[in-house]
Structure formats: C-alpha cells, structure tokens
Design a protein around this ligand. Structure first.
Ligand code: NAI
Ligand code: MG
Length: 354
C-alpha cells in the first residue's frame, strides 16, 4: 500500500509541528508495511503571500494533483496578513473546492492533560463532534440596505439543503453505528429558529429510521453548551449545523484541556476529492520560532488521516504511543507542564510506536 500525501506546513508553529507529524507517520508506515509519498507545498502560508500577493497560486489544484489526503499545519500571521485574507485564501478554499462537508473533531480526555472540568478522569469524556462544513448559517446570501444611515438593514440567510443536511446526518449515524454506545445527539434550536431548525429535526428523525441500532436525542444549542461542561459523559456522537458545530467543536476540546493536543479532519466522505487533516490550533505567533509547541495535535491528526486511508491498526498504534508519552511528565511539552521541546516530544512518540 502506497499513499500520496500533500504536506502543507503553513505558518508559525505549523512549520515546527509538521516535521513531528511526518516523523510519526513515517515510523508508522515502516512498522505497518505501507509507504507514504510526500509532496511538500510552499503555498497556503503568509510567506507565500509576501512573495506573490496571494495565499496560493492560481493553479493550486493542478499543483496539488490528486493526493490521497492533505496533511496541513496551521495558517495565519496577523502581523503581515489579515486573518480573514489568510484563512479565506487557503483553508476555506480547500474545504469548499474539495467539498469537505464534514468537520470531525474528537473530544477525548487524555492522560496527562489537566482537565478543566473538576473530577473528570481519562475515559469519562470520549465523543466526536460532527460539524456540517459547507452550508447552513455560513452562506453568502443576504445584503445591506441603506448602509451608513440610521435606516441601515443587514440580512444574512441560512441556507440548508436536503442533500447537504442528509449527507452530514448520514455520516454521524454511520459513525455512531461503529461505536460501543451507538448514540447520536443533535444540536438544534427549533424553539427559537422556527423554520430551518424544526426542519433539521425532521431530517434527523428521517435519517434515524435507517439506523435501528442507533439511539438519538436532541438538545437546544444553549443548554447543549452547558451539558458539554456539566455532563460531557452523556455524549457519543454530536451532530450540528455549521454555526452550532463551529461553537461545539471549539468548546469540546477546551473541556478536555490544552488546545495543543486536539486534531481535526475536514472530510469528503464520498472521496470525490482529498480530505484534509490538521490540528485544531493555529500558528501561535506568541511561541513560534522557539521550538516548544506541542506536536500532539499534529500527530493525532496523522492518526485520523491514517484511519481515513484505511490504516486503522497504525492509527490505533499512534494513539497508544501518544497516551504513553502524555502520561510521562518528562516527555510532555511546556503547555502541559512538561520539560520536553517539540522535537523531543515528537521523537518520544515515534519511539513509543515500536
Ligand atoms: P492559536 O491556536 O494559534 O493560539 C492560541 C494560544 O494557544 C496561544 O497562546 C498559543 O501559544 C497556544 N497554542 C496553540 N497551539 C499550541 C501548541 N501546539 N502548543 C502549545 N501552545 C499552543 O490561536 P490564535 O492565537 O487565535 O491565532 C493565531 C493565528 O493562527 C491567527 O492568524 C489565526 O487566524 C490562525 N489560526 C489558524 C487556524 C488554522 O490554521 N486552522 C486555526 C486557528 C487560528
Ligand atoms: Mg472555530
């Protein structure tokens, strides 16, 4: 088995954690009998913008070609390029052009990561947030009237399609069906948003009929955020529209400790285009260049990518190695009160993969 991977380190600590992600990938490949063919790209970063006045070349799709997946670091350098320019010019292009309609994030409490929720142990919190990633509240339908006057009116519509909603719900139910608890929680707000959200609830009920072994429930988004903090052990797979999912997929990892360990997948489940795997964190300009960033988010993203590619054993082995290293204070990075730098932590995980 050979997989072609497009490697895009991006900006700031993206460039520092990416080599550790690749180190662990290569080690997993050699142990589990597959190979990784890497193509490193120098675009989708603010250095590229400084040289060319745009984040990516016009022919970026041709340059990327048809890889099996994209392995991404982090993008953004607000001192030189405004964040909306760097993000829209890179990551959001991939999500849209490659129809990566699922944003998937694990919420799992790992050993060695201090939990901000009192009294929770590893094992107590272990669920997935499935966010709709292409439509919903983040539409460009709307407009302004009488701008700059006291009569100013702004309108932005939510756009939900049956195709777009059903496909993300199907993904969530499929995922739940593979898990022990087999439970889907839907984020709604049908008491307040009286057209789209009751319809979302109907689509959930319709989809659930296809999955007799999977149970489901729903919470309004306001109380759901409270439940994430108060009773995170209730959840198994949480599915949400674009806006609600955006909020939940930051809140979830925050409930399990440092941002430095959380991974994510921007997934095209139909495999009509590559999926993209990246840590949740950004380029962290405040610590960039020091070699102290936590590489676990990038390494866990590598595990998610291997799972997507069908290398489940290698992915599970990486997660065991991550847990082993996180449990060892001397091998953790400073954000987890450890003494290791980025490279030492990455090497320790690669070694633990033995
Ligand atoms: P950030 O995630 O870069 O940093 C937030 C805080 O967490 C900082 O104090 C940072 O030092 C710390 N941190 C983040 N990752 C860490 C790691 N691996 N190890 C140890 N500490 C870590 O978010 P911020 O500061 O809001 O954004 C900085 C830049 O990153 C901006 O340009 C923003 O647009 C971009 N960004 C990009 C994302 C992406 O590429 N997907 C996601 C979030 C932000
Ligand atoms: Mg967000």
């Amino acid at each position: 088995r050979n997989y072609s991977i497009s490697v895009i380190p991006g900006d700031g600590i993206g460039k520092e954690v990416m080599p550790e992600g690749v180190r662990v990938l290569e080690r997993a490949a050699s142990l589990y009998g597959f190979s990784i063919e890497q193509t490193w790209q120098d675009f989708a970063c603010c250095d590229y913008y400084a040289r060319h006045g745009q984040m990516m070349p016009d022919d970026w799709k041709e340059r990327i070609g048809q890889p099996d997946a994209i392995f991404f670091g982090a993008v953004g350098w607000p001192d030189t390029v405004p964040d909306h320019v760097s993000l829209w010019g890179s990551l959001l292009q991939f999500r849209r052009e490659y129809d990566q309609y699922v944003n998937l994030r694990p919420v799992r409490l790992m050993p060695g990561v201090p939990c901000p929720l009192v009294g929770r142990e590893p094992g107590d919190i272990d669920f997935w947030v499935v966010r709709e990633n292409t439509e919903g509240e983040y539409s460009s339908v709307g407009g302004k009237m009488f701008p700059g006057t006291p009569r100013e009116v702004v309108i932005q519509e939510t756009v939900m399609t049956r195709h777009g909603t059903d496909r993300v719900l199907r993904y969530a139910f499929d995922l739940a069906a593979t898990r022990d608890r087999k439970h889907v929680t839907s984020a709604t707000k049908s008491n307040g948003i009286a057209i789209t959200m009751p319809w979302w609830d109907e689509r959930v009920e319709e989809m659930a009929k296809n999955y007799p072994t999977v149970t489901h429930d729903k919470y309004h988004i306001d109380i759901l955020t409270a439940q994430f903090v108060l009773n995170p052990d209730r959840f198994d797979v949480v599915v949400a529209s674009n806006l609600f999912g955006d909020i939940l997929s930051d809140l979830g990892p925050a409930c399990t400790g440092t941002i430095g360990v959380a991974p994510s997948g921007n997934i095209n489940p139909d495999r009509t285009a590559p999926s993209l795997f990246e840590p949740v964190h950004g380029s962290a300009p405040d610590i960039a260049g020091k070699g102290i960033a936590n590489p676990v988010g990038q390494i866990w993203s590598a595990a998610m990518m291997l799972e997507h590619l069908g290398e489940a054993d290698a992915a599970a082995a990486i997660m065991r190695a991550v847990e082993t290293v996180l449990a060892e204070p001397g091998l953790r990075t400073g954000d987890l009160k450890g003494k290791a730098n980025t490279e030492q932590c990455g090497k320790a995980i690669a070694d633990a993969l033995a």
